[in-house]
Design a protein around this ligand. Sequence first.
Ligand SMILES: *Cc1c(COP(=O)(O)O)cnc(C)c1O
Length: 377
Amino acid sequence: MKKHYLLTPGPTPVPPEVALKEALPIIHHRTSEFGAIFKDVSEGLKYVFRTQNDVFITSSSGTGTMESAVVNLLSAGDEVIVATSGNFGDRWIKICEVYGVIVHSISVEWGKAVSSIEIEKVLKANPKVKAVYTTFTETSTGVVNDIKAIGEVVSKTSAVLVVDAISGLVGQEFHMDDWKVDVTVSGSQKGFMLAPGLAFVALSPKAWGLVEESKLPKFYFDYKKYKKSLITSETPFTPPVSLIVALQEAIRMIKEHTIEQVWADCRLLAKASRAGMKAIGLELFAENPCDVVTSAKVPEDIGGKIVKILREKYGVSIAGGQGAVKGKIIRFAHMGYIGKADILVGFSCLEMVLKELGYKLELGKSVAAVQEVLLNN
Ligand SMILES: *Cc1c(COP(=O)(O)O)cnc(C)c1O
């Protein structure tokens, strides 16, 4: 028998309280019973997003809601800026290009954050730009982008700011309204401690202005349908009932703990994880590291093997690098239902795998470094 520890930046572990709700008998989605749950969940999402705007729930993984945030705001031939710092930022470019949207891309080297000053320059040079698409926590590199600073810049123009907060929401401090974000998209399987399958999107009144003009084709993800249905606490089509019932429990847990405390918890785990990496000589990959995932460089000759051996021998799942940094970095998640003890287990097993692969280290060093941070904060 092998016990499994899921320390990947999505999907993340689901608490038993939430998993049990996913197992309840299905209720019909056009009933007052479901409506009451849906209403509660919709209000709860506003608390998590830190917004007064409506938050819509759609059924898809995160990428589906990213696509919806393109087709609902734009028309073919429209100009946008995509500020990307990694694989998920690049996804905005790919989606826009599929729909004939003209992209002015601002790409930074992986491991670095996008600059609001650069965005300001490109906005000035391209006054027809209708939207700026970017990423909050870039899961592929472990970087956090300064959305507050970007919001300052974009809000002074007619363009709207669209933020992929799929991995960042819940775990990393985020304020949709105060930071002047016009569209925030997120998903269920990261900080929300839920199974994959739900996506969320919130829009400011400024963003609704673009929705009114948008001509790109859409049917299932047409925001106007979701807005209309929300009035009666429904979704336009059959929702993943079980996931929404479970989401109510997850939000209840977040509220009970308070979102501020969840942020603080992730911040501490991030600090401990960074100390753990450094203690065994692994250099951090992100220049501006986020609170939900820690990335570190690993020697290229063993880089491709670490993740597989960790999972097969110890049941510990972490993530390797994607795209250009495949085999060059490892990524440890500390969001959602990942706690202090999980981090200790992760580092302890990582050390054994590194040692087995011939990497020079003194056993226990990273564990001790993590312990020090956890004890002293
Ligand atoms: C996980 C993730 C996504 C979406 O991935 P899906 O597999 O479609 O859920 C998008 N952006 C970021 C930053 C992510 O971490």
